[in-house]
Design a protein around this ligand. Sequence first.
Ligand code: SAM
Length: 320
Amino acid sequence: MFSYRHAFHAGNHADVLKHTALIAVLRHMTQKDTALNVFDTHAGAGLYRLDGDYAQTSGEAADGFLRLISKENQTLPLKEQAPAAIKNAAKPAPPSNPLPAALQDYVDVVASFNKGTSHTVYPGSPFIIQHLLQGRDRDRLKLFELHPTDAKTLRANIAQLEAGRLITVHQEDSFEGLKKFLPPPSRRALVLCDPSYELKTDYARVIAMMTDAVQRFATGTYMVWYPIIPRPEAHDLPRKLKTLAVREGRPWLNATLTVKSSKLTTDDEGDVVRPGLPSSGVFVINPPHTLKATLKEALGAAAKLLAQDKNKGFEVESGS
Ligand code: SAM
């Protein structure tokens, strides 16, 4: 069984990219009243604690979401950021330089899961999606999670919402399981595909799943998150998704966010230190026409605020 647990990574810079894009896509898709089906193929546990053992051990949220909302933190030396960011993270005070609308929307959505003044809860994609579908009784949200522990936690978290048939949890392999739901009856759908890529075969399975899905249901919106790491399969993934979109005649968008150099360094004892995840991307097939401008503005600000060294940056490219 997999060892990946999203609790270590919740609220990191990859979540900032993915969840900002997810919210922007859903804001657009929920402008129409027609029933919408949302599929979260790699759902995770649903809710995470930023003051819990997992998040504190990794400190990743401190360099991600908590950095966005902690004004004073941006001037601290990097080593001091993790504890300070968690302690000082307050409800977002009006910053002197306001965040772009989509980034502020993301911050506000996360803030809505927290009571009082500190940010201790971070919503994963299932809860972010559910938040945006509130009041839309005809929509359906299907969540896939294979890991038994996370699936159990997800079910318990979702049960608290008393959402009845609106939200269903499927403890199964989504690479196979998605097929039976496409095309959806309402002919409107968003598929979020966010694997852990713990298995090298995930890259090929993402391509196979997307190829099958687009052929079954060409007009759905498909969003794939991927890591940008020195591994051929990771490098090829956006290129293969672009080939798929172009071959099927569908518009596409690729957005990346980089917060630090990908170079290996050495510590005081001469041991090689890996940099951790420096960049990631989201590839969207059939994106809302507003997404490119929205993400350019949001990721420009995110790259500056989350930069860990001078290698920060972002890119948003699209085609049709
Ligand atoms: N989407 C979540 C979010 O944004 O909050 C994070 C998901 S995490 C990156 C990936 C999850 O996919 C893990 O919880 C893992 O157990 C699960 N997973 C891995 N392979 C899977 C598969 N074949 N089908 C369904 N879930 C899978």
